[in-house]
Design a protein around this ligand. Structure first.
Ligand SMILES: NC(=O)c1ccc[n+]([C@@H]2O[C@H](COP(=O)([O-])OP(=O)(O)OC[C@H]3O[C@@H](n4cnc5c(N)ncnc54)[C@H](OP(=O)(O)O)[C@@H]3O)[C@@H](O)[C@H]2O)c1
Ligand SMILES: *[C@@H]1O[C@H](CO)[C@@H](O)[C@H](O)[C@H]1NC(C)=O
Length: 337
């Protein structure tokens, strides 16, 4: 028994080894990207542009912050833990050879601001400060997310995944819309997931008080991200503000922090993720593309993967559900009493 199992593991490791080697040797091809990326990047200079990225201290958000900083944007890292955010900012500045005091001068700039999407009060305070301090906002990237946590509630009593991934960003975006409009042409980029396909907006139990299924709650929140994008795009027609949504693929980040992997399975998981998951920079390519590429100037209400438009499933194209979700979200976050 044990011997057979061991043989299977060895065979799998050998077979997997070849695949990994191929994937690591030709990462660009494996990620489905052309070699045009580097050339295109040169065209997407972000000098003079201000970008807000939620959850910019880790994973995809951090990679997008690094790249947009490299393209010389003023990047506002909107993060829940100021210490973790300052640390990430220090590392990014060091990588980029920027001093912390450097302001503007066409070299890009990183600013850390506190934002806890699990608190409507924090969202409001963050927006107040942005509206006071920033004269413009060119790009808002709704990137922060929480994945399959145990049942928890936000400060305002919302189920955590719906509260952070959807409602917190819903209020944030609405409070920043005026500044985005006055800075037009401007862009909103929403990070969703392919797992939206298992979601449904069950209006009778949005806070999962009757029944909590952590996978379903994540899928529901990511479906909400897409419905929100489509409804917002409709509302923003002719304003010069566009909004698009994307899935990043499967990326090696800290997102799985609530998933328990047995100790013995960890090495295998690490091997598989090293071989087959995207790096954060690979995963962030579509966010960066939607935030900066001239190719998507004026494009709005669309769903992207690997820097290309993709088709949505019917559950994400129901405009009546999108409108109803918008109306209920307005009430939940206190925009409408
Ligand atoms: N990784 C993937 O394979 C994958 C696949 C599909 C979609 N996505 C999506 O990609 C986005 C980025 O995730 P990631 O993979 O980069 O994961 P990550 O490394 O865990 O980063 C998530 C970020 O969100 C922040 N965040 C969580 N709760 C927050 C709150 N209440 N307020 C403010 N910020 C909060 C985290 O802050 P802390 O560091 O302080 O916790 C962190 O900065 C998410 O929306 C996720 O759903 C990821
Ligand atoms: C939880 O939801 C997922 C879909 O998101 C479903 O596949 C799974 O069967 C559900 N689990 C339970 C215990 O109902």
């Amino acid at each position: 028994m044990a011997a057979t199992a061991a043989a299977v593991v060895v065979a799998a490791a050998l077979g997997g080894g070849l695949l990994l080697l191929a994937r690591r040797l030709w990462p660009a091809a494996a990620a489905g990207k052309g070699s045009a990326t580097a050339a295109a990047a040169a065209l997407c200079r972000m000098e003079g542009k201000t970008v807000i990225i939620t959850g910019a201290n880790s994973g995809l958000g951090r990679a997008a912050a690094a790249e947009l900083l490299r393209r010389r944007a003023r990047v506002i890292m909107a993060c829940r833990d100021p210490a973790r955010a300052e640390e990430a900012a220090r590392e990014l500045r060091a990588e980029m050879g920027l001093s912390s005091r450097e302001r503007g001068g066409g070299r890009g700039e990183l600013v850390v601001r506190q934002l806890d999407l699990a608190s409507l009060g924090s969202v409001r305070r963050f927006c107040q400060q942005v509206l006071q301090e920033e004269s413009r906002l060119d790009v808002l990237i709704n990137n922060a997310g929480i994945f399959q946590c145990p049942y928890m509630k936000t400060e305002d009593g919302f189920e955590m995944q719906f509260g952070v991934n959807h409602l917190g960003h819903f209020l944030l975006t609405n409070l920043l819309l005026g500044l985005l409009k006055s800075s037009a042409p401007s862009r909103i980029v929403v990070v969703s997931s392919k797992l939206y396909k298992y979601g449904e907006i069950n209006f009778d139990d949005l806070n999962s008080e009757l029944n909590y299924n952590k996978s379903f709650a994540y899928s529901r929140s990511k479906l909400a991200n897409i419905l929100f994008t489509r409804e917002l795009a409709r509302r923003l027609e002719n304003t010069g503000v566009t909004v698009n949504v994307l899935h990043p693929g499967i990326v090696r980040t800290n997102l799985g922090r609530h998933i328990h992997i047995p100790l013995l399975a960890k090495p295998l998981f690490n091997l598989v993720s090293w071989a087959f998951f995207k790096t954060p920079l690979e995963g962030a390519q579509t966010s960066i593309y939607l935030a900066s590429s001239p190719e998507v100037e004026g494009v709005s209400g669309k769903y992207f993967g690997n820097c290309k438009e993709e088709q949505l499933l019917p559950n994400a194209m129901d405009d009546l559900v999108a409108r109803k979700l918008w109306d209920i979200s307005e009430v939940m976050v206190g925009l409408l009493k």
